[in-house]
Design a protein around this ligand. Sequence first.
Ligand code: GZL
Ligand code: ZN
Length: 307
Amino acid sequence: ACGGGEDTAPRSAAQGGIRLGFSQVGAESAWRLANTASIEHAATNASVQLDLRVADGKQDNQIAAIREFIAAKVDVIAFSPVVESGWDKVLQEAKDAGIPVIVTDRTVDTTDTSLFATVLGSDFTAEGRKAGEWLVEHFRDHKGPVQIVEIEGTTGSAPANQRRTGFADAIKADTDLKVIDSRDGNFTRAGGEQVMSGFLQEHSDIDVLFAHNDDAGLGAVKAIEAVGKRPGEDIKIITVDASRDGLSALAEGRLNYVIECNPLLGPQLMELVGKVKTGQSIPRRVVVDETTFDREAAKAVLPNRQY
Ligand code: GZL
Ligand code: ZN
């Protein structure tokens, strides 16, 4: 059923029949599934012909898909780069073929910004900073060291790199807040559960977990309960995404704070596709709106949360 909850991109004659090739990271998390659904629904609403390929988290699969889009002479190529680096060559090939590229969600780390028309997505550094700021505030009058463990997103991905940096910058404000361990949970529930059970074996007194997305955080909740500890009580937990399951766990007190990362990029992507196709000028960077949730806010939005 249609995800709903998002305004349908305004139809314009220019979009009718545009062929868009989209290379998607994978299906690793609830966020990713909502992101894919948003793109598919918006393409239908804008009558854009979408060829969306899922890459199972492998950069080689994304590069191969982009090459197929170039060979098929699509009008526009868009993708969410699984990691930040290694895109210059294939993006140069798209440029040589005269096919405009839109980067969505995750960002690429390249010096040649002529290789893509715009970047549409979240400010991941701000997301990490919001997590750290809540922690500083919440532990304002604690005494002694606060032991933090971090379950990172996919190594080399922009959200992992930037959430880590934003978080670290924010908690610098209080020298008692210490990240004692940090490991890649790959944005999945299984990864989060695995990494957290490792942390629990290695460290006796963990006070806080910062997980780079809900899915890893929910996996960690399972690992914490498996050793008889209370998630949200004995170990405070902050996650990013604000998926339905994340907000439900927050409402029930198993998570303590959730930063939203908005996956509903479809309508804005289709507008950008229409403009790029008709040669209209577009901004180099489009940052999406997103907020934060504490327990009360989660309870309030849950009844009509779309994803
Ligand atoms: C962030 C996105 C991340 C989400 C994860 O915009 O790239 O990847 O936070 C997803 O849930 O797997
Ligand atoms: Zn450790």
